[in-house]
Design a protein. Structure first.
Length: 646
């Protein structure tokens, strides 16, 4: 995309005033640690993207670009901190100047400024991965599969693929979760409909036969079909408005019997035994402090174990033995998974109690409506309160947490207040005293109640079927997206894998010329195994040395960048990325960069003067394409020593 001609840095980070001429060629910056090399890297990144990754992102705390980007003596005057780069855009055959100031980091002053130039610079800004440090390099090699997938997909600008996959999976899970309460509601509506129809099964033939028997009593024509718009009481005269609604005696007595059966089930010995078992299980869990936030903590520790690197805790930066730290965190994860299993087992045991409470709630609500129709109305405040308590108990037991509240609710489940039974008994007496309806009145009542409950059941089934269709569609979309994206990513990784193996094999052709590697994509993860001298495939950290791991990280980065940008890979900054590579293989790295990436301008930093000499002797950099920083001071910034031919 671009090549850099020069950079001028003023009052930025640890640099007071520095100009470097790259002349669109490879360039090396050498100096001991703390002499300002990374300041040049940060300045390049800032000028081209408006950001410094070292001062942003996770784990940076109170550090910010605006506050800590300027030189410490200019922290209250960020307008003085500025970086100017002159770049060449090969595709446009044009040279432009880009200047950014820390006071307004998002604003780039581009000269000349035209649409084509701005579009290229926009592309550069969207690819901050042109800067590679060893911290980022080693993530590709030693990260866990989940974290590696994130890093590689971010580099390939495919990070949204995983975000969409997770989002679709959550939607599918949420849709499927809704099916349970809707299924329960449809079953309850079916039970009340069967009771009204006085049949044992809901089929078109059975419902039509039962309805037509009642319609015949009223001399109404028989129904021939049962569609969604069919009304069982079609053609029946509407009662005059002044006439009060009657309690359907036969149906009311049947509903009263159903309510008694529902309450008897709740107060039964099997229910009490089940309650005691669940309470004991929950009491055992209550003593575990992990139960209250097990879901969040499990995700927290799982994320944390993926971030462990450099032998330090990713949360508090405390130094640990890496294996001990992983073992410590994994123990917590295993414990939380065990807690999660116990919580799920308790929910499974509670499910029948929730169903019984729901059945009782529906039955009691039906009786409360009958009580309001009585003359005078039957007092059912206790029954109404019990129905509300059943609903509250269902919500509490469904969520389960906090456990103390669920235990309190459970202990009261088998106890049905005597006042509720008294109210039912009083209502039963009132209904029993009602005069028996005539055959015609009974038929009208039957058809009226049956139609009401048929509509309720139809509505419940419509919601359930719609939710099933939604859940099925959501799951299909999630599965298709996951399968398709995995296939596409597998193709990408196969191409990168082949190129990576070729690059690494070239660097190590003295002893690993037949080197192979495997990038193994799976659901949200990316495994990475490499050949170890024909003995099998293992993770890079298993047997390969630290130097080999550095080489792998660089070669994987180069393969990814070549796949991502193709001929547009014209510029990269390598910030001390080969610290552990031995002298012999450094020469091969120089040859690799020179041979495989002749159109790419590499700006490299190193603290090792021998590595700098290798770059020169192998022809990767010219005699004057380097600068050495001897030391640094807060007042002057880096002190440079330009080597020149005598």
């Amino acid at each position: 995309m671009i090549r850099v001609d020069s950079i001028t840095i003023k009052e930025f980070r640890g640099i007071r005033d520095l100009t470097l001429d790259f002349k669109e060629k490879n360039f090396a910056i050498c100096g001991p640690n703390g002499t300002g090399k990374s300041g040049v890297v940060d300045a390049l990144e800032f000028a081209l993207t408006g950001n410094v990754s070292r001062l942003s992102g996770e784990g940076r705390g109170d550090i910010s670009l605006k506050q800590h980007g300027p030189h410490v003596d200019r922290r209250n005057d960020p307008d003085k901190a500025r970086v100017t780069v002159k770049v060449t855009i090969p595709s446009l055959s044009k040279t432009v100047t880009v200047e950014r100031r820390l006071k307004t980091p998002a604003v780039a002053h581009v000269t000349p400024s035209d649409a084509a130039t701005l579009e290229v610079l926009k592309q550069v800004k969207s690819h901050p991965e042109f800067v590679l440090s060893r911290r980022e390099l080693i993530r590709y090699v030693l990260a866990t599969p989940g974290k590696r997938a994130e890093e590689v997909q971010a580099l390939l600008h495919l990070d949204e693929v995983e975000q969409v996959r997770v989002g679709l999976q959550k939607i599918a899970n949420s849709c499927e979760k809704k099916l349970v309460p809707l299924g329960t509601a449809s079953m309850q509506a079916r039970d009340t409909l069967l009771r009204a129809l006085e049949v044992s099964e809901v089929t078109t033939a059975i419902v039509l036969a039962a309805a037509n028997a009642q319609r015949a009593i009223l001399d109404l024509p028989a129904l021939t079909d049962l569609t969604e718009s069919t009304s069982l009481k079609d053609g029946m005269a509407t009662p005059p408005p002044a006439k009060p609604q009657r309690i359907p005696k036969a149906q009311a007595l049947a509903d009263i019997r159903a309510a008694r059966e529902a309450l008897a089930e709740i107060a039964s010995v099997p229910s009490a035994t089940l309650v005691a078992e669940v309470v004991a299980d929950l009491n055992a869990l209550t003593g575990d402090p992990a139960i209250a936030a097990s879901v969040k903590q499990e995700a927290f520790y799982t994320t944390g174990i993926e971030l462990i690197e450099d032998g330090a805790c990713p949360f508090c930066d405390t130094r640990w033995d890496l294996d001990e730290l992983r073992k410590h965190v994994q123990t917590k994860i295993d414990h939380l998974e065990d807690v999660s299993r116990k919580r799920i087992a308790a929910k499974t045991k509670i499910a029948p109690l929730i169903v019984a409470l729901g059945k009782a709630q529906v039955a009691i609500n039906t009786l409360v409506r009958y009580a309001a129709l009585a003359t005078p109305p039957v007092g059912c405040d206790s029954a109404r309160d019990y129905s509300v308590n059943c609903g509250t108990a269902i919500e509490r037991l469904t969520s389960l947490l906090p456990l103390a509240e669920s235990i309190s609710v459970l202990t009261n489940v088998p106890s049905v207040p005597p006042a509720v039974l008294d109210a039912i008994y009083e209502l039963e007496n009132v209904v029993a005293m009602l005069p028996d309806p005539t055959k015609q009145d009974a038929a009208r009542e039957w058809l009226t109640v049956a139609q009401e409950r048929l509509e309720v059941w139809r509505e419940a089934m419509w919601k359930l079927n719609a939710a099933k269709q939604q859940a099925q569609t959501a799951r299909q979309v999630s599965d298709i997206y996951a399968t398709t994206s995995d296939a596409v990513l597998a193709g990408i990784y196969a191409a990168v894998e082949k190129d990576f193996a070729a690059l690494y094999g070239f660097v190590n052709r003295d002893d690993e010329d037949k080197f192979q590697a495997k990038l193994i994509p799976s659901m949200g993860k990316l495994g990475f195994d490499v050949d170890f001298y024909g003995r099998g495939f293992f993770p890079p950290g298993a047997y390969h040395s630290e130097g080999h791991q550095d080489g792998m990280g660089l070669c994987l980065y180069l393969a990814l960048m070549r796949y991502l940008q193709g001929d547009g890979f014209t510029f990269a900054v390598l910030d001390d990325v080969l610290m552990s590579v031995d002298a012999g293989h450094r020469r091969e790295v120089c040859t690799l960069l020179k041979r495989e990436f002749p159109k790419t301008q590499f700006i490299m930093t190193t603290h090792d003067p021998i590595w700098l000499r290798h770059m020169r002797t192998e022809g990767l950099t010219g005699g004057r394409s380097a600068v050495q920083f001897r030391n640094w001071s807060v007042d002057e910034g880096p002190t440079r020593w330009d080597e020149r031919d005598v």
